[in-house]
Design a protein around this ligand. Sequence first.
Ligand SMILES: Nc1ncnc2c1ncn2[C@@H]1O[C@H](COP(=O)(O)OP(=O)(O)O)[C@@H](O)[C@H]1O
Ligand SMILES: [Mg+2]
Length: 243
Amino acid sequence: MVTIENLSVEYEDGTFALRAINLKVHDGDSIAILGENGAGKTTLFYTMLGLLKISDGKILVNDIELSSPTLKEIRSQIGLVFQNPDDQLFMPTVEEDIAFGLRNYGKSEEEINKKIRDIAERLGIVHLLKKAPYKLSGGEKRLAALATVLAMEPQAILFDEPSSFLDPRSRRTVINLLKEIRDTKMIATHDIDLAWELCDRAIILSKGEVVAEGSIEEILKNENLLMKYGFELTTRSQTDRRF
Ligand SMILES: Nc1ncnc2c1ncn2[C@@H]1O[C@H](COP(=O)(O)OP(=O)(O)O)[C@@H](O)[C@H]1O
Ligand SMILES: [Mg+2]
């Protein structure tokens, strides 16, 4: 579904955030993008949505190459749940945030209202619809941000550190909801337990390069590899992963 070929991204100040990345994402895949802070995870997602300029290489989504003329079409097929929900929620109410993207794509008010209702019920946030996003808790904001993306029904969803800023209970709610999402997923995280639960493949990014790639088991059972790239191995995750 998504093909990334030889992708390099250099920021204006000369920082090379991605170097010659190659990745194929198939329909229904759930891929963990693992890497320390500064590895290039967010850069990869922003570039896939055309928010950052490609320096070299290309990105194809369903055989359509990402470029300015195809941007709108590609953004209808790929959704991004930002690391910080405050970057995603900017309308006076949650309901209006969910409606925003749908309006942009010319949906009727009737369709929009139905969609808002369906998504809110699915995520258990009906009671938050009329609230101002800035008044929500961290976990509630994350669900509201997820709702704005799910409403667009993209084929693939990119999640940028979905468990960051969450307490254990909200983290569990988010993981359980993500498990139910059958769409193609790419999940940037350094939460290896989350990756283990949700993903079937993984790549490790380090300093903008893919340094390892394989099934989730191959990657997460390789303790030396994980240690080398700065992952904390929890006792629980180690025990879970042995069986
Ligand atoms: N706007 C920017 N200008 C220059 N360098 C940036 C910018 N944003 C990120 N970087 C750099 O690009 C690299 C990758 O960052 P990022 O993609 O945010 O990593 P991650 O999401 O894995 O933590 C880092 O070295 C970071 O400092
Ligand atoms: Mg990031």
